[in-house]
Design a protein around this ligand. Structure first.
Ligand code: ACO
Length: 401
């Protein structure tokens, strides 16, 4: 619904559009999204095609630089990344300072902004070369930070990557390698992870991406702009939804698995409970990513031979919601987070790490959007407001109040 007003403020006309539901903040050539028709394209390529034909690193290159890489370009991109994958040893001390109970998103956001202290040349990106180097550095170091964040939480020794592996294989190995145990690559797992990362790689001007662009518009560096984006992604109405979905499914399971009870709660306007993983700000018919990921979830669970009561509850909710007039009338369909949490769980990723995995996938999108904003020489982001507070007042001294 259009809820947009142009209002006269003391300083002229102000367009008031809470939540920016109908307000564009930039023009962009990166991601096309049609919420009514359920279309998502990166640089003109459909998400359905990219999810099965490309790998995450190719998609990252496509998003950031605008074209699919040829073989040499992809190899150079990957080699450059491998050369920059070392994270300064001192960063381990920062990580050490966090309690084990710290939420991984807070840790990841801190480490990402902390990186700048060890790579100060990544702030000034006025030359093309400096911009490329900053992008390569963060593409290289971010998977290490993601893996460290999980290992810290699990009390495991910190590790570096294996240059012989592909980008996603390396990420997985850094996360899952255990001391004194042989690590075995599982293609089904790697393919599912690759696909999940691709599906999360960009989604135009959502909350975290807008945060990255607006932070970067002050010419704050790439790493701190990404750190701001990670913080924005953390919230349960955005990236935190995949964690919230799993927690909701677990709560329903612990409460006897009565999905009807929770459906009723979701529809009750006096109850703050919302069915997590349902509804989307822009997809008002279906989320195309949810379709792809639903198939991937089925495949992973079949291949790994997993039966999961939590998944049965998810399927029950999905079935009821697709038929319930409350959900149908409001066009509330399962979104990508509804299924991604299920796959992450099957892959052995702890619940608190789900949003970190989302951040890992979104990294190239954030970088692409930040780069576009800088290359377009966009002005500093500075929204206006409609002032509704007190008019001019005379100061009252403390003893007279
Ligand atoms: N459960 C129950 N009712 C819902 C839900 C839900 N999950 N989502 C929306 N509604 C209802 C609202 O109460 C409202 O009803 P009303 O018209 O009777 O007042 C109507 O549907 C429209 O909802 P809005 O909140 O106006 O929709 P909006 O576009 O602002 O919000 C949002 C979208 C935030 C995603 C919302 O659907 C929601 O909270 N969903 C659950 C959280 C979630 O899954 N978030 C993930 C988003 S995807 C992502 O970040 C990748």
């Amino acid at each position: 619904a259009i809820d947009i007003k142009t209002l006269r403020a003391t300083s002229g006309l102000i367009t008031l559009d809470p939540g920016y539901k109908n307000t564009g903040s930039c023009s962009s050539a990166i991601t096309f999204l049609d919420g009514e028709k359920g279309i998502l394209r990166y640089r003109g390529y459909s998400i359905e095609e990219l999810a099965v034909k490309a790998d995450f690193l190719e998609v990252a290159y496509l998003l950031i630089f605008g074209e699919l890489p040829n073989k040499e370009q992809l190899e150079r991109f990957h080699t450059d990344i491998k050369h920059e994958s070392h994270v300064d040893e001192e960063m381990k001390k920062i990580l050490d300072g966090f309690p084990k109970s710290a939420h991984p998103m807070g840790v990841l956001s801190s480490l990402t902004s902390g990186l700048i202290a060890f790579n100060p040349s990544s702030v000034d990106v006025r030359s093309e070369e400096a911009m490329y180097n900053a992008i390569i550095r963060i593409m290289a170091k971010f998977p290490v930070l993601v893996a460290w964040t999980m290992r810290k939480q699990q009390g495991l020794p910190l590790d570096y990557g294996d240059d012989n592996l592909g980008y996603v294989e390396n990420l997985h190995k850094m996360m899952f390698k255990r001391p004194n145990k042989e690590y075995k690559l599982n293609k089904v797992v790697i393919d599912a992870l690759d696909q999940l990362l691709i599906l999360h790689a960009d989604h135009e001007q959502n909350c975290s991406t807008s945060t990255v662009r607006i932070t970067g518009s002050s010419h704050a560096g790439l790493f701190v702009s990404l750190s701001a984006g990670i913080s924005a992604l953390w919230g349960p109405l955005h990236g935190g939804a995949n964690q919230a979905v799993l927690e909701m499914l677990e709560a329903i399971h612990a409460d006897g698995g009565d999905t009807d009870k929770y459906m009723a709660k979701a529809k009750d306007k006096d109850d703050p409970f919302r069915l997590m993983g349902f509804g989307h700000r822009v997809y008002k018919n279906f989320d195309p990513r949810a379709r792809i990921i639903k198939k991937a979830a089925d495949e992973v669970l079949n291949d790994l031979g997993i039966t999961d009561p939590i998944l049965d509850i998810a399927k029950g909710l999905e079935k009821v919601a697709l038929e319930d007039p409350y959900f149908v009338d409001r066009k509330l369909y399962p979104n990508v987070d509804f299924y991604s949490g299920i796959i992450y769980r099957a892959l052995g990723i702890p619940v608190e790490m789900f949003t970190v995995m989302f951040a890992m996938g979104r990294l190239p999108g954030w970088i692409a959007q930040w780069r576009e904003m800088r290359m377009n020489k966009e002005p500093i982001g500075r929204p206006r407001q409609l002032y509704v507070g007190e008019n001019s007042r005379t100061f009252v001294p403390l003893k007279k109040r």
